[in-house]
Design a binder for this molecule. Structure first.
Ligand code: BG6
Length: 512
């Protein structure tokens, strides 16, 4: 990647454009011969992990911080864990080690662990603002008082305002950034209220609203593929694209998360957050540079151009037996499945349907973006040649860890005559030597937040636009249909997508 020219504005620059330094003496050598140098680690940090004993912290955040440390992506750092529980430093270190062993990548080596565990300390939430401030002071005394602070709010939505207030009272706003977990409100009014509350204590540029889908290597590859090549962008519009599918079925149920899920539902849990964010990467105009402000402007333009979601374009579903899950209200109306059709009312996308689907307890787990191209006239082919028989050409992104991409097309079947078959060109991250450098989504995003890089985070304005788009659906939601566990959702999803068809389940498997 070539270093971008110095910017005149002095604004924050994403490390996408500046992180890799090219040795200028090598500048004439083809890019394949130039190894990008390592990213500079962020400044020393005290990370305050709210909700440190919770599920997200144990599965992703503690193992992620451990991996960042082990891989040399953190400079000096202290991690203060906190939650309402009473615990000792030793107890927190034990919990962190168990988390890294159970959910981290690879073995926990003693040397790595010994260095990491010295960074960990605990303060109980019951000690209030004063206790928290003392704990952060102690951590800062170890690494230098001018270090930065990163507050990670891994807490239920209802607890976030109290944590923000405590941070204000504890005098922990200066030199700080704050990562907030979704949902960012439940509708437009509550999102505005939450944003206003956050802004009473923190400036917007201190706030990092995390959406872990955008930290996935494969999601970033959408931007690389679209904007780093001359091949795709010219055909990336209504003139060549027939429709788009963003399909994220999950096999897991809400077991163990009934309480959270019942108050949230599939639309708020997955669509307003992850699926719409991915849609913005697919649909946005080329930003003037790969820098936070420029990307945010383009993403927000997509959100603003989205048509309100019409209830008649939505299928809500609930898997059989949902009401028996613990934490779920007897009369719950929450959906565990949603499929919808939406559109973007601008010059590039007018008339192109975007179909989104996600749900729990479904037949397969997948995260697919599928771009269906318009079909050519087929009249020149003799009848029975097979042309068009297996649907349109598709460009498919698999957002899974292997970050696969496939381009399917019709090609000639070997032998006499002119019979055609659906073929594909495929790519998988596993084929690249540097795939071991991949950061897990949370790791990447924590590191970006430490560097002050907002590129992959959502702004208050973006969130409010999305809730506005959702308004017609939220005001008048269609009834919830029951679907069998292990299915692809209620039958009505086929009417929704007519005259097109859902790509999943795939008729042909990925290779390899
Ligand atoms: C979370 C949702 O944000 O994303 C979960 O709350 C969902 O309900 C999860 O299962 C899916 O993320 P991933 O990365 O496992 O596909």
């Amino acid at each position: 990647m070539v270093a971008a020219p110095a910017r005149k504005t002095g604004q924050e620059v994403s490390h996408w454009s500046t992180g890799y330094r090219l040795d200028s003496s090598m500048a004439d050598i083809g890019p394949l011969d130039v190894a990008p140098t390592a990213l500079t680690p962020p400044e020393p940090h005290v990370v305050v992990l709210f909700g440190a004993t919770g599920d997200l912290s144990r599965r992703k955040l503690l193992p992620g911080l451990f991996h960042l440390d082990r891989a040399g992506h953190l400079s000096d750092c202290r991690i203060v864990g906190t939650s309402p529980e009473e615990m000792t430093n030793a107890g927190f270190r034990r919990l962190a080690r168990e988390s890294c062993e159970s959910f981290g990548r690879g073995r926990v080596e003693e040397d790595d662990w010994n260095r990491f565990e010295r960074r960990l300390s605990w303060v109980s939430g019951t000690t209030g603002a004063a206790g928290l401030s003392d704990a952060v002071d102690r951590a800062e005394a170890d690494i230098g008082e001018q270090c930065r602070r990163l507050h990670y709010l891994s807490v239920p939505p209802a607890a976030a305002p109290a944590v923000i207030k405590t941070l204000g009272e504890a005098g922990l706003v200066e030199r700080s950034r704050i990562i907030m977990e979704k949902p960012f409100g439940t509708d437009l009014d509550s999102a505005r209220e939450l944003n206003a509350m956050v802004h009473e204590v923190f400036d917007e540029d201190q706030v990092f609203r995390i959406d872990h889908f955008l930290g996935k290597e494969a999601a970033l590859n959408i931007l690389a593929l679209r904007f780093a090549n001359g091949l795709f962008e010219p055909i990336w519009s209504r003139n060549f694209i027939d429709h788009v599918q963003i399909d994220v079925p999950e096999t897991l149920t809400v077991e163990g998360r009934g309480g959270f899920y019942d108050a949230t539902g599939a639309f708020r849990d997955m669509v307003v957050t992850h699926l719409f964010q991915v849609l913005a990467f697919v649909a946005m105009e080329p930003p003037v540079e790969l820098a936070p402000d420029a990307i945010t402007v383009e993403k927000n333009k997509v959100f603003r151009s989205m048509k309100g979601i019409r209830p008649e374009d939505v299928v809500r579903g609930r898997y059989e037996g949902y009401h028996q899950e613990s934490g779920v209200a007897e009369d719950s109306d929450a959906e565990t499945f949603i499929a919808l059709k939406c559109g973007i009312d601008n010059w590039r996308w007018s008339g192109v349907p975007f179909y989104l689907r996600t749900g729990k307890a479904m037949s397969e787990g997948a995260r697919i973006i599928s771009i269906a191209f318009r079909e050519p006239p087929k009249s020149m082919f003799p009848e029975g040649s097979g042309v068009g028989m297996k649907g349109p050409d598709h460009l498919t992104f698999d957002l899974d860890e292997s970050s696969r991409i496939s381009l399917s097309y019709y090609g000639k079947r070997p032998g006499p005559g002119m019979l055609v078959d659906k073929l594909s060109m495929q790519f998988s991250l596993n084929e690249i030597e540097t795939q071991g450098d991949t950061l897990e989504a949370y790791e990447r995003l924590i590191r970006d937040a430490m560097g002050g890089d907002h590129t992959l985070f959502t702004t208050a304005e973006g969130i409010e636009e999305l809730w506005n788009t959702a308004r017609p659906l939220l005001e008048n939601p269609p009834g919830v249909l029951t679907y069998e566990r292990g299915s692809w959702g209620p039958r009505e999803i086929h009417d929704l997508i007519e005259p097109n068809r859902w790509r999943l389940p795939f008729q042909r498997r990925w290779r390899g």
